[in-house]
Design a protein around this ligand. Structure first.
Ligand SMILES: C[S@@+](CC[C@H](N)C(=O)[O-])C[C@H]1O[C@@H](n2cnc3c(N)ncnc32)[C@H](O)[C@@H]1O
Length: 404
């Protein structure tokens, strides 16, 4: 049977799903996949997502009143997942709607020389001045009128992030972020555009607060945690439902940097490379040069993997190291996750394969072998969808069980 691209099983479909739509980030996986796993396994009462990203698993679990813990290594995503799954009272929601009007009145009066701009390199590539200035005015007004970190400010930041990216030159139509082609030359400051941005902010706040008003039956607990070396919290879970980074050199930091610079999670380019190096599959900035010097502490005893790495090594030793390190990291993760799964519990990993030069990296098969080598049984690989125009690039659900 032909495998289809199934846009309904990507983050794009999440955009129609209330709180799931708050920030359109390519790392997010499909709400439907998590729902389907939980529908088919009604005995699951506690869930862990060790690579939780935007918190999709946590939000689905919260909608069903399940106990759920989330881990991610990226502090922006930990913040986002917390805000998405938080409880908002009618009073807080009314306050946010009222304050959004005050923000616009205040923003209109902020002198330009009071404004702060994020220290992102080559800022003009991201925003033209006629958009950047009203955005910086709104950001200034939010911080001035909500000087304390609280639920109100968090939701206003989500609204800000939405419009900040909407009025940027960033384009998320491909697998990773790129810049739109400039459509016009230097433009004079246009007051009507400033008004449009302010109106856009008010509309986005309205939409976000409508979603926030919908109650959740439980809340996940979210930790800034490295999934390779989790601290022992003595928890066991009925199921792990997750989607780790793919072996495709996509850098989450690169994708997320506009949000991270505006919200203060990044202050200089050096930090971006450091954070990417900590993430599994990170290859951006300093992470690339560190990969060249990397040698494994532990070998991954999968003969097929060694052959794949040797083939990639011939074309690029850096990429050979990249693929090798990725699976050493994932092996470490599977070893440390095993004790956290309840006896008889299940693990579900959504993962894509990839291709470097002519060498296919069948991540799903290597995952299956890693799961088995760490003690899981009944390993199953299911194709979910085709990822792009290349017929061999697919997304899989790899699942397994811990013996009872
Ligand atoms: C494919 S994304 C997960 C997307 C998520 N399912 C969602 O719907 O948003 C993979 C995530 O793994 C995180 N990550 C990478 N290395 C990690 C590590 N060592 N420990 C924990 N999280 C890590 C990344 O920050 C990223 O958010």
């Amino acid at each position: 049977m032909m495998t289809k691209q199934r846009a309904d099983l990507t983050f794009k479909d999440n955009l129609k799903r209330g709180r799931h739509s708050w920030l359109r980030l390519t790392p997010a996986y499909s709400v439907k996949i998590v729902e389907q796993i939980l529908d088919e396994n009604p005995h699951i009462q506690s869930v862990l997502d060790p690579f939780s990203g935007t918190g999709t698993t946590g939000l689905v679990a919260s909608e069903r009143g399940l106990k759920c813990d989330l881990w991610d290594i990226n502090p922006l995503l930990v913040w986002l997942a917390k805000v998405k799954c938080d409880i908002y009272t009618p009073l807080q929601i009314a306050h946010i709607q009222q304050i959004s009007q005050e923000i616009i009145i205040f923003a209109n009066k902020v002198p330009i020389n009071n404004l702060w701009f994020p220290p992102i390199s080559n800022i003009a590539r991201w925003w033209s001045n006629n958009y950047l200035i009203p955005l910086a005015k709104i950001f200034h007004a939010i911080n001035h009128l909500c000087p304390i970190i609280n639920k109100e400010r968090n939701l206003l930041y989500i609204a800000f992030c939405q419009i900040m990216i909407q009025w940027s030159n960033a384009s998320f139509n491909h697998q990773s972020m790129s810049f739109k082609k400039p459509t016009n030359q230097m433009r004079l400051f246009d007051e009507s555009e400033e008004t449009m941005i302010y109106q856009n902010f008010i509309e986005v706040v309205k939409e976000i607060t409508t979603n926030a008003n919908q109650a959740l039956a439980s809340q996940p607990t979210i930790y800034l945690q490295d999934a390779r070396h989790p601290s022992n919290n003595n928890q066991v879970y009925d199921a792990v439902i997750t989607s780790p980074p793919y072996v495709n050199r996509m850098s989450y930091i690169r994708e997320l940097r506009p949000y991270m610079y505006w919200l203060g999670y990044l202050n200089e380019a050096k930090e971006a490379g450091e954070l990417d190096w900590q993430a599994i599959g990170g290859t951006w900035g300093i992470a690339t040069s560190r990969l060249n010097d990397w040698t494994p502490d532990n070998a991954v005893a999968i003969p097929n993997l060694q052959t794949i790495i040797q083939k990639i090594d011939i074309s690029s030793p850096t990429l050979g190291h990249y693929v090798h390190k990725y699976f050493v990291d994932m092996s470490c993760h599977f070893a440390n996750i095993y004790p956290l799964v309840a006896n008889g519990g299940h693990i579900y990993y959504v993962i894509g394969n990839s291709k470097f030069y002519d060498t296919l990296v069948p991540a799903e098969k290597i995952y299956a072998e890693l799961m088995q080598s760490h003690g899981f049984i009944d390993v199953n690989i299911q194709v979910i969808r085709k990822r792009n125009s290349k017929k061999e690039l697919l997304e899989f659900l790899v699942s397994a069980r811990k013996p009872a």
